[in-house]
Write a protein that binds this ligand. Structure first.
Ligand code: IFM
Length: 450
């Protein structure tokens, strides 16, 4: 433990990416198309019709990107595997070339002394599985476990940190309830079924891991603390519904063995009765939990806000990012403490945290991004504060290493510590990246310096 900063010597200082957002070459070397490939190629689905066809070309340039990580002093890299690269039809036949890409990536990361954290599912379901119903098909749990097993067997000796799913909330809310993300369904009856199958898939994959592997596996959720806009019963109830839907929907079944009681009220007739036996499968002991934190929400009752009857109250006095997300660092401390209190104790990682801001043009070799730098500094301080309060936070992964494809927003939002010139693929570390490197070098000491 560094006595002056409170960060232990083995703290993971990382950055994160995901396959479809950075790799490009989505169909290269025999890969099968994903739902994101199809969605982004459907007119009107993404801003300016942007796709992940090229993205950051990480598929070809991963060595250069790993060298950059090294230069910044990162000791961990969180990335995801494209399911369709490994299993082009999503199940059955393995594509050796696709698997080999991830072998090379893991080897290259390890050669540079960087620890990989591998996410198995970051939203890019193979399109052929979507044609079979995707996450609405109860067999999806077995498809996922079979895919996971291929990865565990190929990389399990070298990868010691595995994540089953990234942000199941977003998969369901964007993909099946509101339709703004792939596969673009807008169906309240589909959403709970997709959620439940994702959780069953998570459980099956953890079981597969325990059967043959011996390192650590966890889940990554996006959490957003909810604060009532007033003390009225209506606003307090609305806040509880928002909290149930955002924060407890996936964690209660995984750690406590059942869904929050507010969900049947929120979904009404669309909420099914799930077999009791499924909860035994879903509630597998985990080695850690990953938390993605970006913002908070102040909530008021609003009958017109479907389906929660709860709406955000914008806080005009606060800074907001390019996506209009309120910058609220204390929320990270709050949510880490809340998780540890409700579900812990268990090791936690901040597996994503970051901000999209407009970056001014490069001047004198540097890209000044003071708002992103301040966001990073203040959220790292919030992590430190949680650690001081006794929460077992073992690492922090900035979102994102690189500017990348921000889903339906295309390339319009830049989250990277490193700027990517999409015309030339030139990488330029921003001032926030240099600051992060300084923080890492001093084991956190730079956080107290300004
Ligand atoms: O870019 C996404 C990422 O894929 C998942 N978490 C949130 C990020 C920013 O929106």
């Amino acid at each position: 433990m560094n006595a002056t900063t409170g960060f232990p010597a083995d703290f993971l200082w990382g950055a994160a990416t995901s396959a479809y957002q950075v790799e490009g070459s989505p169909l290269a070397d025999g890969a099968g198309a994903s739902i994101w490939h199809e969605f982004s190629h459907t007119p009107g689905r993404t801003r300016d019709g942007d796709t992940g066809d090229v993205a950051c070309d990480h598929y070809q340039r991963y060595r250069e990107d790993i060298a950059l990580m090294r230069e910044l002093g990162l000791n961990a890299y969180r990335f995801s595997v494209g399911w369709g690269r490994v299993l082009p039809e999503g199940r059955g036949r393995v594509n050796p070339a696709g698997l080999d890409f991830y072998r090379r990536l893991v080897d290259a990361v390890l050669e540079r002394g960087i620890q990989p954290m591998v996410t198995l599912y970051h939203w890019d379901l193979p399109a052929s599985l979507d044609r079979l119903g995707g996450w609405l098909n109860p067999d999806s749990a077995d498809w996922f476990a079979d895919y996971a097993r291929v990865l565990f067997r190929a990389l399990g000796d070298r990868v010691t940190l595995w994540v089953t799913l990234n942000e199941p909330w977003v998969v369901v809310d964007g993909g099946y309830l509101h339709g703004s993300l792939a596969p673009g369904q807008r169906n309240p009856f589909a959403a709970p079924v997709a959620a439940h199958n994702l959780l069953r898939a998570h459980g099956r994959a953890v079981q597969a891991y325990r059967a043959e592997s011996r390192h650590r596996i966890g889940l990554v959720v996006n959490l957003e603390p909810k604060y009532p806009a007033s003390e009225t019963a209506e606003d307090l109830d609305a806040t509880m519904r928002a909290d149930a839907y955002w924060n407890r929907f996936y964690l209660d079944p995984v750690f406590l063995g059942g869904y929050p009681p507010e969900l049947p009220e929120i979904f009404g007739a669309a909420w099914p009765t799930f077999p009791e036996a499924d909860f035994g499968l879903i509630k597998q002991p985990l080695d850690f939990l990953g938390i993605n934190y970006y913002s908070r929400q102040v909530v008021r009752h609003d009958p017109a806000a479907w389906p929660l009857a709860a709406a955000r109250v914008r806080q005009p006095q606060q800074t907001h990012t390019g996506l209009d997300w309120e910058v609220y660092p204390p929320g990270l401390t709050d949510i880490l403490e809340w998780v540890a209190g409700r579900y812990g104790p268990l090791p936690l990682y901040v597996t994503e945290n970051g901000s999209a801001f407009y970056d001014p043009p490069r001047t004198e070799g540097e890209i000044a991004d003071p708002l992103r730098r301040a966001y990073l500094r203040d959220h790292l301080r919030a992590v430190l504060e949680a650690r001081r309060k006794g929460v077992d936070v073992r690492g922090y992964f900035a979102w994102s290493l690189l500017d990348n494809f921000e889903w339906a927003h295309g390339y319009s939002q830049r989250f990277g510590l490193v700027h990517v010139d999409y015309a030339t693929q030139r990488r330029t570390p921003k001032a926030s990246a240099r600051f992060y490197a300084q923080v890492i070098r001093g084991g956190g000491a730079a956080l107290g310096a300004d």
